[in-house]
Ligand binder design. Sequence first.
Ligand code: SF4
Length: 333
Amino acid sequence: MKIGIPRALFYYQYYPFWKTFFESLDQKIVLSSPTNKDLLKKGLELCVDDACLPVKIFHGHVANLIGKVDTIFIPRIISIEPKEYICPKFLGLPDMIKNSIPDLPDIIDVDLNLYKSKIMFFRHFIKLGEILNKNKKQILIAFNKAQRVQQRFEYQLIKEKIVPQDILSETYKISQNEIFSYNPSKLKVLLLGHHYNIYDDFISMNLIMKLRKKNVTFITSEMVTNKIIVEGTKNLSKDMFWTLGKKAIGTAYYYLERKKVDGIIHVASFGCGPDSLVGEILEKRTRRDFHIPFLFLNLDEHSGEAGFNTRLEAFLDVLEGRKYFEDNIPTYG
Ligand code: SF4
């Protein structure tokens, strides 16, 4: 069977697992095209107006798979960590898609809900395997193999300080050693935001490539261990129950408290509820307690690349000015 996987949202986190699992069960994976203008246009036509940009783009990716596959995999993701949730848009995503896009093939929309226990991750894949008419032994073998591949993927991101595209995309190979060799004189920024925003080069307007070309070292939440996130969030007055927001705040506080970064770039989606709170907390604390420049990039389908580049360049100029010339330049330039 041909299973379509939209190259969007949790693709950037779980694709190695999904691909290995399905292929080990003799299924063929078909990915939607990388995000582009046409795909965005299609997503805008199909999706409700008040959704955030990544959800609109997800609609375009699903439409891109129609006619190429037997079924499309759109898990109903409710929680990916015990006692935490992710945004409710993921919970309703399969229903949104079914109601907005005509002529869909079958949709595999099994729940992924780890709120009560991590064991549910395994159960989620058991259910998937059963839908594909596989027996327990076959599912277990596929699951174990996929888990090893996923662990290696996550380890590589942390160890080599690379981004998912470096592993997932054949056309994205660059000289990692050259770019990431530690050099204290290089600018170092934290690049925060949901993985589906910062790693989708169309949404983020090639931000990662732009930083690399400027020779800026950057750290993302996917490049740090869970221990760092826990350490970074331990002094919060209240537990943060949004997994993606917690990752951003934990990464930021850990590096800020150790004075290990020159600035923060936060990429968010216009209209995103969780981001509006997380961004506010991050920006206030960064400016008030650490006096470090903070660039907030709020993206939607109307964002223009020229304005984006100007803001990015101005921000990097401020960082350079503070680092190499005068450290009394204010955080805003
Ligand atoms: S967290 Fe924000 S960007 Fe992500 S799906 Fe929800 S509303 Fe959209």
